[in-house]
Design a protein around this ligand. Sequence first.
Ligand code: NAD
Length: 280
Amino acid sequence: MKSNGVKGGRARTRAKSPAEVLSMRGRRVLITGAASGIGRAMADIFALAGAGLILVDIDEKGLQRTLRDVARDSCEVAAHAAHVADLSRKEQVDGLWASLAGSLPDTLINNAGVYPMRDYLEEDADSLERTLAVNLKSTFWMCQAFIRERRDKGGVMINVSSIEAILPFKKDLVPYSVSKSGIIALTRALARDYGRDGFRANAILPGAIRTPGTGRLVRKAVSTVNLDLMKTGYDFQSRLALGRWGKPEEVASVALFLASDLASYVQGALIPVDGGFLSS
Ligand code: NAD
């Protein structure tokens, strides 16, 4: 891992092809939120690239479905494992890392997240705590455990933030925006503090990706005839420079790039994968 581009040797060796650099053979990648949507697509692409996977989610059924499907398409079946954990609970994060001793990941993708919509004035301590705990604190503790365990080896961290952290667009997502802004601050702070130890940390900012999670939001807007939410949806759609929503695979492929040595000099970056939403 420390060959991550931080230190280059002088010996002249054959340059690897981009396909070889993208190969994840021999790599071990932990993906949270792997039961659904973007996390599920990440599991697919990293398995195809040859990585051994550690899949984590609170949803046991969905997780088993992902594990079964990636095992079917992969020759590294024995290299994959699934762990059910509620990452909003610190003791479950600790338990997860205790169970990983001996098969530690070299790449950590913090993707699990929730986006509950609620009027800011209705927020209470419990609802705020829940959103921060799932989205931000889980990422905080997962990165800490990862760096502690790999102090001498380095590694790659990829944290999933959101376009909402930069441009709050939908109403009633205040705690979500706060949590996703926190992920950006965390990622950049870790990139600075641990870059010299061989760690890379970057954030992906997805937007308008069709997943079971965003599907539920759209259905809610339609079924409750929520005109405000429908109008936001219309305005949102019209800002997409590519004129369409994205697919989970289109986020997963950016994560693969960031995990690979093609991104060996990318550090503390915020990478929108949003069809041009933030730029238009
Ligand atoms: P999704 O709802 O389809 O999947 C989220 C996954 O996280 C689910 O499998 C869920 O079970 C898991 N999860 C939720 N709480 C958990 C917990 N406490 N412990 C462990 N796992 C838990 O959502 P998605 O759209 O694929 O979103 C994935 C990530 O991308 C989220 O962090 C989300 O905020 C972010 N994001 C998505 C979009 C988008 O357009 N889809 C946009 C911006 C950011």
